[in-house]
Ligand binder design. Structure first.
Ligand code: GDP
Ligand code: MN
Length: 337
């Protein structure tokens, strides 16, 4: 036991080198959560689960971002729940505010129409700001500068199984860029012009297309149409360098000037997914099949592992999922990972 204690102390000392909490045992990674102060109560349970089922064994840092300053209560409660260091950041208002080239009359009339059509968040301004922020800016936040990998966590989500392998390490060892759990189809009315804007972008910057990319997954009709397949981005474990890349920055700027984040309701999930599917070799994408995860109203319950859920059929058989199509187009051996 004395030996164990010493080992434990060394472990912490190692981690505290450079005041940076980095060591051989930790990947260069952090959790990241964008939240409002009002999300505090939904986050308490979520963070507790992520800590109990994974992070208390590793103590990865947690970065919280908000478009307004966090309350002292929020910061105190979150710091007590997390096992690693916590950082609280405010979003730069120039990255949150609606850009000046958006014609607000057009935007408002479209929001009213989408809202009448019953499209989820169709009339909401802040939701669009959030989607644009996740598309173009979260990865530029200075609090994320030190890190290579991030794990995005949202309020009210759950991990359904014990996480025994460090997913950050898996990404690095498997040489992957982006990991996801749930895939589904985007609501068509939210992205009517996203695919044509993408085709226009590719025509202008053909060098951004990767060899062996996943265009057959993201498009239909030989590339003419968006398949609406996307990785559900409320869960992401990925390499920030992808977003920091020249191709992705150019793509985001191009889309941003089109105005579809506001005139339509482009989500960060389809935007990330299209970029990932076109600018990367398909082998860089990783399905974290063994991670049990829920974000209402969907969940992924793995067949193996210490899980607190019933294996669901939704992933493989449901026609609301794109995972079968993904598996058919990639050659990952999921049982081996
Ligand atoms: P949904 O998953 O698409 O239904 O969208 P959510 O309401 O869960 O929002 C996605 C993420 O962005 C969550 O982490 C929210 O806490 C966060 N979020 C959404 N809107 C805002 C906002 O206006 N301000 C802040 N700070 N966070 C937001
Ligand atoms: Mn959510």
């Amino acid at each position: 036991n004395v030996y164990k204690l010493e080992e434990r102390l060394n472990y912490y000392n190692d981690r505290l080198l450079d005041g940076n909490l980095k060591s051989k045992e930790l990947e260069n990674a952090t959790f990241v959560t964008l939240a409002r102060n009002a999300d505090l109560y939904d986050l308490i349970e979520t963070i507790n689960i992520y800590e109990n089922r994974f992070n208390s064994k590793h103590n990865y840092p947690w970065v919280f971002l908000n478009d307004e300053p966090f309350t002292r209560t929020f910061e105190v409660v979150m710091s007590r729940l997390t096992s690693g260091p916590t950082y609280f950041g405010v979003v730069n208002s120039s990255e949150w505010d609606i850009p000046k080239w958006i014609d607000m009359d057009i935007a408002h009339s479209n929001w009213n129409r989408l809202s009448r059509e019953g499209v989820l968040y169709g009339g909401m301004k802040s939701y669009r700001q959030m989607c644009r922020y996740f598309s173009g800016f979260f990865w530029r936040h200075p609090l994320l500068d030190p890190y290579k990998y991030y794990w995005r966590v949202e309020p009210s989500t759950k991990l359904l199984c014990e996480v025994n392998k460090d997913p950050f390490r898996q990404l690095r060892l498997l040489n992957k860029t982006y990991g996801f759990v749930i895939t589904l189809f985007e609501i068509g009315q939210t992205v009517p012009s996203l695919w044509n804007s993408t085709l226009e972008f590719i025509e202008k910057y053909p060098e951004t297309l990767a060899k062996n990319n996943l265009w057959e997954w993201i498009s239909d009709d030989n590339g003419k149409k968006f398949s609406h397949c996307h990785f559900w981005s409320n869960f992401e474990i990925a390499d920030l360098d992808f977003f920091r890349s020249d191709s992705y920055r150019k793509y985001f700027d191009f889309l941003d000037k089109k105005g579809g984040f506001f005139y339509e309701r482009w989500g960060d999930a389809p935007v990330h997914s299209i970029a990932l599917s076109l600018f990367l070799d398909r082998n860089k994408l990783h399905y974290f099949d063994e991670i049990g995860y829920s974000h209402a109203p969907l969940l992924h319950c793995p067949r193996k592992g210490r899980c607190f859920c019933k294996p669901e059929e939704i992933d493989l058989s449901s026609n609301s999922s794109c995972i079968a199509r993904f598996i058919n187009l990639t050659n990952e051996d999921y049982d081996e990972l």
